[in-house]
Design a protein around this ligand. Structure first.
Ligand SMILES: O=c1ccn([C@@H]2O[C@@H]3COP(=O)(O)O[C@H]3[C@H]2O)c(=O)[nH]1
Ligand SMILES: [Zn+2]
Ligand SMILES: [Zn+2]
Length: 250
């Protein structure tokens, strides 16, 4: 049995030639999204996939390039698919701020009694650091990681052997000791800021300091429009491209 990861986008928040970084993870039992940014509905549309064909969405953190497409997905299911509610896999702190700080403005509808995240989504709370089989053969572990100071943000382990950074500061210890030495992840999908000083994202310069054995496992995502100029300058790491499909052992 295998697991497929298809990138719906590989761009940074401000990229214009790539859609927002988001992954569609599929096995024989389910198809889920990791994050759903403001360009993700259009990316799905280009693939001919409608919201009712997605079984759930996992959320890493509350930036628009990771959650900005949720209102559209939920409204389309609600108003075009008979009030269907998609499963939303999220931690409790994120669920609260996702509604209160992001979605409530557009979705709160007291007149019709739709006043909470649960009115639009089938909210399934994930516990931090606890591997959870969300669908048969698909286990997600959500790991608190550093992105913006004092802002809740997570990376993910998928079926324990795939690491998905989402947005994260460079963390050598985590990548070498936890992801590679302890968990022996065969595949790492990592965000990458191509130039400038790394403050809230790992930079290419920082990632290039990793040992070769770690770099070989890394696919770079969440990059800006200048990515083509950096091809061949990423050591043993590879840029993953929009719509590229990785077929991985389950
Ligand atoms: O403290 C901050 C907050 C935000 N930003 C920018 O806004 C973007 C939001 O999405 P992102 O997390 O993919 O990337 C972020 C950065 O490009 C920043 O540089 N510093
Ligand atoms: Zn981002
Ligand atoms: Zn972010």
């Amino acid at each position: 049995m295998s697991l497929q990861i298809q990138m719906l986008g590989t761009g940074s928040a401000f990229a214009k030639t790539f859609y927002n970084t988001s992954a569609m993870v599929t096995n024989e039992h389910a198809r889920i999204l990791i994050d759903c940014g403001f360009t993700t509905p259009k990316s799905l549309h280009k693939l001919g996939i409608t919201p009712d064909q997605i079984d759930g969405i996992v959320i890493s953190h509350i930036h628009a390039d990771h959650v900005g497409g949720l209102e559209e997905i939920a409204f389309r299911l609600f108003y075009q698919h008979n009030k269907k509610r998609i499963k939303l896999f999220i931690t409790e702190p994120l669920a609260f701020i996702l509604w209160e700080n992001t979605l409530k403005g557009g979705m709160n509808n007291p007149e019709d009694g739709y006043i909470s995240l649960d009115d639009y989504f089938d909210v399934i709370l994930l516990e931090e650091n606890k591997p959870t089989e969300i669908f048969r053969g698909l286990t997600i572990e959500i790991l608190p990681t550093q992105h913006i100071l004092r802002k809740t943000s997570y990376s993910l382990f998928i079926n324990s052997r795939i690491f998905y950074s989402a947005d994260i500061r460079f963390n050598e210890q985590l990548l070498i000791h936890e992801v590679v030495q302890k968990r022996n992840c065969h595949t790492i999908l990592h965000d990458c800021q191509l130039s400038g000083t790394g403050v809230i994202h790992a930079t290419l310069e920082e990632l290039l300091t990793l040992p070769d054995d770690v770099q070989k496992r890394i696919f770079l995502m969440h990059y800006d429009d200048k990515m083509p100029a950096y091809i061949g300058q990423t050591g043993s790491m590879t840029f993953i491209e929009q719509y590229q499909i990785l077929t991985l052992p389950e």
